[in-house]
Design a protein around this ligand. Structure first.
Ligand SMILES: Cc1cc2nc3c(=O)[nH]c(=O)nc-3n(C[C@H](O)[C@H](O)[C@H](O)COP(=O)(O)OP(=O)(O)OC[C@H]3O[C@@H](n4cnc5c(N)ncnc54)[C@H](O)[C@@H]3O)c2cc1C
Length: 380
């Protein structure tokens, strides 16, 4: 049965309150919390905790301490009610309303490292570059002068950031295409890489070739659900992987070219990539892949990527958030039941607004347009 929430009913408020903690740290947050502010009841103080550190489940690859950034990532962007967080591995059932469990609770044995730029380059040039692109549109000054003023400190960093924030929030995307980030991504599976390379605009990829690389010891990943499955089932899964790798080796030994032998490799096989992306594409991909509806492995990758960006620029990193954060509502069909509480589902938001509007009409008042919950919601 379709569940609708309304201004008069309590059910929409817990979801909105819970997720205010995300908006308060995200670069987008101020705008979206302002949007929903008029619909929210007064806040009550809430006890929060960071995400638990992840536990091992990888196979075929050693756990690497450098991948264990979950604490930094988790506490930076997500907080949740203590009652929503069972101890990992305790076997407690999560309440249906809790944020879907983060993949950061598992060590997947993957790494994402920002190769370029360094923190110094980002601090010295990246925000000034975007600022120069923005100001060039509205200034009589030449871009050379604007850039010199920005990099020499004649324009305060806060002023530059404020303009950049406004421009990003308004969707003037070309201005943030001028800066790029290059990542080394290793130990991810072919399942992940197939999803990742579907992104086309503003990106470049280079991936380890299964045609030219003859793997001496191909490594693979075991999903957490399989690790946690009963022993016999897990063993069969692992034997299957080991079996296909054995056949791979036999094929190579028999002189079958690597490009043909690889046909036997499973989706669980790990791979390495180099990815360069401009900031616009990175924000877009993060919006899709940090969403709790995204597949767990790619979601974990984007948590690592976000952590890397935060390390060089907390300001730019703050724009990497699930797409519902800038939108102000969730548009995922599979979240109509709001089991993910980051933002209320758009059906409920529109339902709440319709009720508010109807109540105002019944009282003989018209709701002014400025009270609309979001400028981009369809007219009711
Ligand atoms: C949760 C989830 C589930 C998915 N499930 C599936 C699935 O089952 N099957 C499947 O095949 N794929 C699936 N995908 C992949 C998805 O359909 C996209 O191909 C992928 O996310 C790339 O995103 P994008 O289209 O925004 O492309 P990007 O290359 O990241 O492009 C960014 C933006 O640029 C614009 N753009 C890019 N190229 C064009 C173009 N040629 N014309 C016009 N505008 C363009 C669009 O506005 C686009 O949103 C899934 C993705 C997600 C996040």
């Amino acid at each position: 049965m379709k569940r609708r929430c309304s201004i008069g009913r309590a059910s929409i408020w817990p979801a909105m309150r819970r997720m205010d903690s995300v908006s308060s740290v995200a670069g987008w947050g101020r705008a979206t919390s302002e949007v929903w502010g008029s619909l929210l009841p007064p806040k009550r103080p809430r006890k929060t905790i960071g995400l638990p550190r992840f536990v091992g489940c990888s196979a075929g690859m050693p756990a690497d301490a450098s991948t264990d950034s979950s604490a930094a990532v988790g506490t930076a962007a997500y907080t949740r009610a203590v009652t929503d967080s069972p101890t990992p591995g305790s076997g407690n059932r999560r309440p249906r309303s809790a944020t879907p469990r983060s993949p950061a609770t598992r060590d997947l044995g993957m790494r994402a490292t920002l190769l370029f730029p360094t923190r110094e380059i980002v601090e010295q040039y990246y925000v000034p570059l975007i600022y120069t692109a923005c100001r060039t549109c509205y200034s009589e000054l030449e871009p050379q002068d604007i850039f010199e003023r920005a990099t020499s400190g004649r324009v305060a960093a806060e002023k530059q950031q404020e303009l950049v924030r406004r421009v990003i929030e308004s969707g003037h995307g070309s201005t943030i295409e001028h800066i790029v980030f290059t990542f080394a991504i290793s130990g991810v599976t072919r399942t992940l890489s197939h999803q990742l390379v579907r992104h086309r605009a503003g990106l470049a990829f280079d991936q380890q070739s299964q045609r030219y690389v003859k793997y001496k010891e191909p490594s693979y990943m075991v999903p957490g659900t399989v690790s946690d499955a009963d022993d016999e089932l897990r063993q069969r899964f692992e034997e299957q992987l080991a079996g296909s790798l054995e056949v791979y080796e036999e094929l190579l030994e028999a002189g079958i070219p690597g490009e043909d032998a690889r046909f036997v490799m499973p989706n669980a096989t790990r791979t390495n990539l180099v990815m360069t992306t401009n900031l616009r594409a990175l924000i877009h991909m993060s919006g899709l892949r940090l969403c709790t509806m995204a597949q767990w492995e790619i979601r974990r990758l984007f948590q690592l990527i976000r952590h890397e960006i935060f390390t060089v620029s907390p300001f730019l990193g703050s724009f990497l958030a699930p797409k519902c954060v800038p939108l102000g509502y969730c548009d995922e069909d599979r979240n109509r039941d709001e089991h993910c509480p980051i933002r209320p589902h758009k059906d409920n938001v529109l339902g709440a607004w319709a009720e508010k509007k109807a109540a105002a009409k019944a009282a003989g008042k018209d709701l002014p347009a400025k009270d609309l919950p979001a400028k981009d919601l369809p007219a009711l």
